[in-house]
Ligand binder design. Sequence first.
Ligand code: IMP
Length: 423
Amino acid sequence: MAVDLLLGLQWGDEGKGKIVDVLTKNYDIIARFQGGPNAGHTLEFDGIKHVLHTIPSGIFHKNAINVVGNGVVIDPVIFKKEIDNLKKFNLDIKTILLISRKAHLILPTHRLLDAASEAAKGKAKIGSTLKGIGPTYMDKTGRNGMRVGDLELDDWKEKYRSLANKHEAMINFYDVDIQYDLAELEADFFMAVKVLKELTFIDSEEYLYQAQKAGKKILAEGAQGSLLDIDFGTYPFVTSSNTTAAGACTGLGIAPNQIGGVKGIFKAYTTRVGSGPFPTELFDEDGETMGRVGNEFGATTGRPRRCGWLDLVALKYAVRINGVTELMMMKGDVLSGFKKLKVCTAYNYKGKKIEHLPFNIEAENVTPIYTEMDGWAEDLTKMETEAQFPKALKEYIAFLEKELEIPIKIVSVGPDRTQTIHR
Ligand code: IMP
């Protein structure tokens, strides 16, 4: 039984949380494979809006098992808050949420290091969510990290202490003014670890192997987006994990030949939060309208997202890197009311027209070349079938399918579960 993937194809915030929630009824297991609480997956149903950071988006379906894979980094403090927020839903968390022993832990000092590193960068800062993601993955690859399974060992506090001491020396190395009370942060951390230890830890690669053998259907849920991938994103303005399809293999222990369908999500326009190049970014009224109508504020940090037209050069790149087999277009409703829509179909790169994503897409090298299309005035949010779509939207979808050479199987017309049109 193959494992399907669900991945964001832009700079994150494409709406993965909503789609996983919609698709969960077709799966037995939802597994997160990378990232950490830098993610903010927003789900809306029955008039409730809920944001998840580390917990997979299948958690509200009582029959689905949710796995936090080895590739994820967990901050016990944020995890505890997430668990507390779920209490009102009366979920059997110990049964439906399983955590890989090999997932790495974000320590309070990782968060401080993130803050110190960003402050030291000045203008060159990445715009990190400051959740300690980079420093935690650095410790992972540097072979210094602490893992969830370490918490089951008697000497885990000694291991913690020695790592935290090292981090403190590193924080002092940065010549920046970071105010913190480590004793207070540690008190929260130790209390949260206690809660974490009450949950179910597993050898997730073995669990998923057995589940596959038993014919269970598994959906691997990505976080962030392909253009934030540590290798293939707009480096160094990226996150510290592989957000692309290959990350699901290393982040869950799934063999490449076990990958089935690759579902790629994109917004009908583009957004980005944090620093870094963004060729189709708008600084005018159109960008402002997208941000306002689309409620484009980071689900984790509340920062306003930068907005711009759809970039097909970047989207094609993401489709190829991930081997996308079907597409899902989100937030088409936000584009209602634009008389004309623009789609970037090529770049002017140092005076030459190119159609692939080059090494460097900073504004001084790249200007987008647009194809202009008619917009539509109709409100899409109450539409229930594709037949109700305005002609211009049908043309927009047909144009994208032709360019991307992949079918768009879902068009989302609003944040609620029910505002989802399957094609
Ligand atoms: P970090 O992963 O928190 O260090 O952030 C690195 C970059 O990725 C920054 O530009 C963040 O704004 C961006 N980023 C991280 N997580 C998300 C996400 O879930 N959605 C959108 N952008 C993200």
